[in-house]
Design a protein around this ligand. Structure first.
Ligand SMILES: Cc1cc2nc3c(=O)[nH]c(=O)nc-3n(C[C@H](O)[C@H](O)[C@H](O)COP(=O)(O)OP(=O)(O)OC[C@H]3O[C@@H](n4cnc5c(N)ncnc54)[C@H](O)[C@@H]3O)c2cc1C
Length: 382
């Protein structure tokens, strides 16, 4: 039977040196943020913060210099990401573009698209959204129905995207549309587009989540014109490209660090002389965290070596999101404090925020069941 492999990896000195710089920057910029605010981390949207990160050269870290990148390594990028997430920095205004839209353009975009978009992304000036899911197409993404019909000079788009995080705050989305209906072959006839979210014919409507917050949206397209030069890659090549994009989306430390602020607050709360139950609980969670970090680092090492660790990345996301969801449950059980949203101690509010958001951790970026299908296929079990 096939198996997966996680080789242990030591971070090179240049990555550790960068860690010190990033920590100093974060102390200065977000050092005094309250824990329940930090817990929002990669949901936090702050363009000024993103511009500061861009000015330090930490967006597009691995991209070629000619497109505003910095030609550094996957391991250095890993260190920047884990420090940002551990500090609860509001990375959302540059996060999607840095993680997936930029790399996608680098790989499949035209030279003109690369020159036009990548340097601005690297400076932290452009925010991107992800236009994949539709009302009846989530896990079964290939069944999307939003049509991009060829017209003079471009395409006319009609249909609806859903769960589009930060569409109301972003400049562009990379969206997957159906350019051709091929009977019985739903993976064919799909294409990706760069969509200016301020275009006429687009209406963005809010969806409020369980905690009453607005980050999701429905994005409605009615006869929206998208110019030909905004198509990314060949017409009809969308499925291959979107699966590459999903691989960029699934392999990082954000898949096990979403509840880290609560763990940090618990360690503070438990103090230097914890009771036995608290010591066992915290010790177990920290041991899991250290193991997951090694597994995730190992994936970064494989990416750096040019390998394609899709199987291992799916394992990290599946186990990692389970860990993120376990933290609020276990800590709630340990203290029996009331999770709160609006008032209460920092600890209660951090717990309240994470209790309400944890169910989404194993949905976003591909559900647990879908990942397990990928893992089973990778192991030759289906
Ligand atoms: C916080 C958050 C942010 C998001 N942001 C975005 C975004 O910015 N852009 C975007 O495009 N989408 C976004 N999504 C949508 C997300 O990608 C989808 O929710 C996800 O892919 C699941 O699709 P669905 O909601 O339609 O559920 P469904 O696909 O209907 O699934 C429902 C349930 O059935 C299970 N299931 C489905 N198919 C199978 C199968 N073949 N085998 C076994 N079980 C199966 C699923 O695992 C799930 O438990 C976001 C979601 C969340 C929670």
């Amino acid at each position: 039977m096939a198996t997966f492999q996680f080789d242990l990896l030591e971070l090179p000195p240049e990555a550790e040196a960068l860690r010190g710089e990033v920590r100093a920057f974060l102390r200065e910029t977000v050092g005094d943020a309250a824990p329940h605010k930090r817990a929002r981390s990669w949901g936090g949207f702050d363009r000024e913060f993103s511009k500061k990160v861009g000015a330090r050269g930490w967006i597009g870290l691995m991209w070629p210099r000619q497109y505003g990148g910095h030609e550094r390594t996957a391991l250095e990028r890993y260190v920047v990401l884990e420090e940002m997430l551990a500090a609860g920095a509001p990375v959302s205004a540059h996060w999607v573009a840095d993680r997936q839209s930029g790399p996608l353009l680098l790989r499949f975009g035209t030279e003109e698209q690369r020159q036009r978009f990548l340097p601005r992304i690297a400076r932290g000036e452009l925010a991107f959204a992800i236009g994949m899911s539709e009302p009846d197409s989530g896990s079964d993404l290939a069944s999307i129905r939003t049509r991009a019909e060829k017209v003079s000079g471009g395409y006319k788009v009609n249909g609806t995207k859903i769960w589009t995080s930060n569409a109301h705050l972003s400049d562009y989305a990379i969206a997957l549309f159906r350019t051709q209906v091929v009977p019985d072959k739903k993976h064919e006839g799909l294409s990706q587009f760069l969509v200016d979210l301020k275009s006429p014919g687009i209406e963005i409507r809010p969806i409020y989540d369980l905690s009453g917050e607005h980050h999701f949206n429905e994005v409605h397209f009615q006869d929206c014109f998208v110019p030909e030069d905004m198509r990314v890659g060949d017409e009809g090549a969308g499925w291959k490209q979107v699966t590459t994009e999903l691989a960029f989306e699934r392999s990082g430390p954000e898949r096990y660090l979403s509840s880290i602020q609560l763990l940090i607050e618990t360690i503070r709360e438990v103090g230097k002389e914890p009771g036995e139950r608290a010591a066992v609980t915290v010790g177990r969670l920290v041991a899991h965290l250290a193991t997951l970090r090694q597994m995730s680092l190992s994936v970064a090492g494989m990416l750096q070596a040019g390998a394609n660790p899709n199987l291992e990345a799916a394992v990290v996301k599946d186990v990692g999101t389970g860990f993120e969801q376990e933290i609020p449950e276990v800590i709630h059980g340990l203290y029996g404090v009331e999770p709160r949203l609006e008032s209460g101690s920092q600890f209660e509010r951090t717990l309240g925020f994470l209790m309400q958001h944890a169910p989404s951790f194993s949905l976003r970026g591909g559900t647990r069941e879908i990942l397990r299908g990928i893992i089973a296929r990778g192991l030759g079990l289906r």
